[in-house]
Design a protein around this ligand. Sequence first.
Ligand SMILES: [Zn+2]
Length: 276
Amino acid sequence: MKKECLLFMALVSGCSSQVQRPATPQLALNTQHVALGHQPRINSIVIHYTVADERRSLELLTGQKVSSHYLIAQYPAWHRTLPEVYQLVPEDQAAWHAGISAWRGTYNLNKTSIGIELVNRGYTSSATQETCQVYPPSQIQALIQLVSGIARRYSIEPENIIGHSDIAPLRKQDPGPCFPWQQLASRGLGAWPNPALVKTLLAGRATATPVSNEVVIPLLRRYGYVIDEWDNPEQQQQVIKAFQMHFQPENISGKADQLTLARLQALLLQYPEAKE
Ligand SMILES: [Zn+2]
């Protein structure tokens, strides 16, 4: 009897295990047949910096044009033992943080991601110097708490905890080369190439030996970076730089070397390849 149990029957007969309370009470909702083809609406976390102080960041992110689900101050206020984090958009709503974006076969990540902004001056580069602002430990501690909760709630895979520069490498550089991706990965949050595997893959080759774009670009595609066939060498260099800002902060020249290649190869062995 229980298998045939529909909602209206549940209400009158008490057979309640097969049915859910419907959002529309006028319907008898049968939930016995669950499709195999489905996935959570939220499947990635995108990390940003604001290039503005806390007050200005709040103004910008609560206006009409851009928003994010969360904002973390450079030095978060503490409530007893808990760091304060601003929630600006509920998680069940889309925030406007990603813009034109793509990652691992998914486009327009506003629809499928949670966006987190960090108050930080950001990364700048010129012909003569490059600067980025170190993220204070208390800000990263709050971020780790936040990301671990989100990742757990939506079962987000490590390779889908990413930066704005990963999903829009030709437009964006945040969260920049000062962001501690390796530290997050050591807490089980996000991907990182296994050092022993990287060493094996290097097989004694000098890490700084150049590697051509022709070798690296197809592997970047397989890992998840979306690169158009018609992207020119400068654009390819920007994608390589985005990868390096995430996985090889020692060299963010945009020119691939043997260490770039070995870390990329390690990631492809450790994590699933991107869908086409
Ligand atoms: Zn951003």
